[in-house]
Design a protein around this ligand. Structure first.
Ligand SMILES: NC(=O)c1ccc[n+]([C@@H]2O[C@H](COP(=O)([O-])OP(=O)(O)OC[C@H]3O[C@@H](n4cnc5c(N)ncnc54)[C@H](OP(=O)(O)O)[C@@H]3O)[C@@H](O)[C@H]2O)c1
Length: 270
């Protein structure tokens, strides 16, 4: 086995889309998960992890707890969880829009509270995870850094407010990119391409462009310039896209941030 190690016991509370993707990434990284516990009401097994339905079945008090349920569930899960946490426990929260202070109020004595904002490509270890903590010791932060770096890029935010912007960009980003790929494919299919071929072409084009930018460290603007020769076809297409895309994406991120603020308000009142 290689990579970082979870302090034992570690509990994953909720193992749905996001926590499940992270667990898949850690599994792929060879991180030892056999002694960790996943807690989810359905009891649906999580590969490589002991899975139980409720906190009472989880066993000894955890040294690390990852909160991977929906933010709206905090009012229900928090009071059951609080008595099981100790001064040794590091809490890693995935709950979008739930401030560190709201978590500290619920779990006042824990060793550290770290907010993490990952995105779905963590499943294949190409994720982006933004981290924020306003308390806890350096060793606790280092441990969380190491665990998240096994899933791709991890970046600490100096200000909590940045988490919502990063969440809107990178956390939600895979959904936006997925929609763009589908729109590209659909537009191709509507112009006579076989729909299955159009889907593959759209995906490979996005992957190839990202790969080119990452490996050659080429700015996206430079890539666009290299494709769009003067008075050519791409330039004609870009004239349409550029007129609408920046404003559309700005509105998209604003909507996600506004929703995060509404969730934060719910967490404060609940
Ligand atoms: N999805 C993303 O891309 C993304 C990105 C960044 C952050 N997040 C954050 O990640 C968290 C989870 O989102 P998700 O998309 O993974 O949601 P999800 O797929 O609906 O998963 C929710 C998980 O919570 C579990 N759960 C429900 N009630 C519970 C309870 N009372 N006690 C313990 N576990 C309970 C569910 O159990 P069952 O499996 O048994 O139903 C499920 O495993 C959210 O807080 C979200 O803000 C998500």
């Amino acid at each position: 086995m290689s990579g970082p190690a979870f302090p034992l016991p570690t509990w994953f509370i909720g193992a749905g889309n996001m926590a499940g993707a992270m667990i898949a990434g850690w599994r792929a990284a060879g991180v030892e998960l056999g002694s960790c516990v996943a807690i989810r009401p359905s009891g649906q097994p999580v590969e490589g992890v002991r899975t139980v339905r409720s906190l009472v079945e989880a066993g000894r008090e955890p040294h690390l707890v990852m909160l991977g349920f929906k933010p709206q569930m905090l009012g229900e899960v928090g009071p059951q969880l609080a008595p099981t946490l100790t001064r040794e426990t590091i809490v890693v929260s995935l709950l979008a829009g739930t401030p560190a202070a709201a978590l500290r109020a619920r779990f006042p004595d824990v060793r550290a509270i770290v907010r993490a904002m990952p995105n779905l490509p963590v499943a294949v270890r190409r994720g982006v995870t933004a981290l924020y903590a306003e308390d806890g010791d350096q060793a606790a932060r280092d441990l969380v850094s190491e665990l998240m770096t096994a899933l791709g890029m991890a970046v600490w935010c100096p200000a909590e407010a940045q988490l919502s912007a990063i969440g809107a960009l990178a956390g939600s980003g895979p959904a936006y990119v997925a929609r763009f790929v589908d729109a590209l494919a659909q537009a191709g299919a509507e112009r006579g391409l076989d729909p299955a071929l159009a889907k593959i072409l759209a995906l490979e084009t996005v992957l190839g462009t990202g790969w080119l930018a990452a490996t050659n460290q080429q700015p996206m603007d430079e890539i666009a310039r290299r494709v769009a020769s003067p008075k050519g076809t791409t330039l004609a297409g870009l004239a349409v896209l550029d007129a609408e895309l920046p404003a559309l994406v700005a509105r998209t991120l604003n909507a996600a941030i506004a929703r995060g603020e509404a969730l934060a308000a719910e967490a404060r009142s609940g």
